[in-house]
Design a protein around this ligand. Structure first.
Ligand SMILES: Cc1ncc(COP(=O)(O)O)c(C=O)c1O
Length: 387
């Protein structure tokens, strides 16, 4: 029986929360129209712009990541608009569902789960669109369901060549883990959620809006009320919110962003990169197979193919024995893969521990030798030391 208090979250969200952030959460709420809260909004907004590397507006919504995804669509597009959706996993599929729900005409660019989207397919369709009928290109940067990172930089450069289409991007598990320079890549709309790289519990989402995105809001006719971003923009001028925000989550956000600024963007990115390298090499040393194309591994999640072994049983054993929660496969991958989240408040000890736990269970199952278990730990610590 797992000891709940010691449960280690090695899933791609919710991610572990630092003590300082937990303490911030436990404070008494304050009035959301108070001067004190306005100061908090001013500080978090400035730090959110720093994190996104942007001068664009960054709006905070009380709602999970999907709220920001939906807001991106309903504020800038109109019924019947033609859009491209990249789909190479569960969250790409979600984009297609949201777009269709609002009556958009979707051109899908697919890639098999575990492989990245091909930027050249975006280029071709965008170049052929001489009449500029395509209003937006919608995709997921880090596909959490498979552990694949898509080449957003290149795809974004093709969107800019098209000149009129907006980019609408889910950076839910890439923001705060790897470089997402919103201004440099000229990303119009970027959505993310608090329970990921931000190191705070679920409940807040974030959306950046470029000038071009704001211009598109003038023509958009899709229904919206709570997620009407113009109201958020107007309130933000006064460091406020249109509705009652999750005040305590904003306390937590403020603390977490300060911690991130202290660590620095480059250090945050290199920590995630190091953990990605250590995990993927450990997995290979343990005779397991990476699910995703090795050249496109997400910095936040490693998906592991268990082949003939039941991944759900394996996860359960790890949880029961070591109080470590791993994520399972989604949809057709349930039972076939498990995923290790290494996003947010994760350190080298967490990586060594999860590799040791996986090795231990494989050893018990007779899948590896004691030498191989030792070798996997050596490989992990070498990667952690070197990177
Ligand atoms: C890539 C990606 N997009 C979107 C979401 C949805 O976010 P939420 O569950 O916060 O609505 C998730 C959550 O896991 C995600 O990983």
């Amino acid at each position: 029986m797992a000891i709940q208090q010691k449960l280690s979250l090695m899933i791609p969200g919710p991610t572990p929360v630092p003590e300082k952030v937990l303490q911030a959460l436990s404070k008494h709420p304050i009035g959301h129209r108070s001067k004190e809260f306005q100061m908090l909004v001013e500080s978090t907004t400035e730090n959110l712009q720093w994190l996104h590397q942007t001068q664009n507006d960054v709006l905070t919504i009380t709602g999970s990541g999907t709220a920001a995804m939906e807001a991106g669509i309903i504020n800038t597009l109109s019924k019947g608009d033609k859009v491209i959706c990249g789909e190479n996993g569960k969250f790409g599929e979600r984009w297609v569902k949201v777009a269709k729900e609002f009556g958009l005409e979707v051109i899908k660019i697919n890639s098999e789960w575990g492989t990245p989207l091909n930027p050249e397919e975006f280029k071709k369709i965008l170049e052929e669109d001489k009449q500029k009928k395509i209003k937006a290109v919608i995709l997921t940067h880090s596909e959490t369901s498979t552990g694949v990172i898509n080449d957003l930089k290149t795809i974004s450069s093709y969107i800019r060549e098209h000149s009129t289409a907006l980019s609408i991007v889910d950076c839910v598990t890439s923001l705060g883990a790897c470089n997402v320079p919103v201004d440099e890549w000229q990303l119009d709309i970027v959505a993310s959620g608090s329970q990921k790289g931000y190191m705070i519990p679920p409940g807040l989402s974030f959306i950046t809006m470029s000038q071009k995105a704001w211009e598109a809001t003038e023509k958009s006719n899709l229904p919206k009320f709570y997620l009407n971003l113009k109201a958020y923009r107007k309130s933000l001028l006064n460091n406020s919110n249109p509705y009652t925000p999750a005040v305590n989550l904003v306390f937590a956000l403020d603390e977490a962003l300060k911690m991130m600024r202290e660590e620095g963007l480059e250090n945050i990115f290199s920590r995630h990169n190091k953990h990605k390298i250590a995990m993927s090499n450990a997995i290979k040393a343990l005779n397991l197979k990476l699910f995703a194309d090795e050249k496109y591994l997400s910095p936040s999640i490693t998906a592991i193919n268990t082949e003939e072994m039941d991944a759900e049983e394996f996860r359960k054993t790890i949880k029961d024995k070591f109080d470590i929660l791993l994520a399972g496969g989604q949809d057709h991958l349930k039972g076939k893969i498990f995923r290790v989240g290494h996003l947010g408040y994760v350190n080298d000890r967490d990586i060594i521990t999860v590799v040791s736990a996986i090795s231990n269970v494989l050893l018990d199952m007779g899948k590896i030798t004691i030498q191989e278990a030792g070798e996997a730990l050596k490989v992990t610590s070498d990667c952690l030391d070197k990177n």
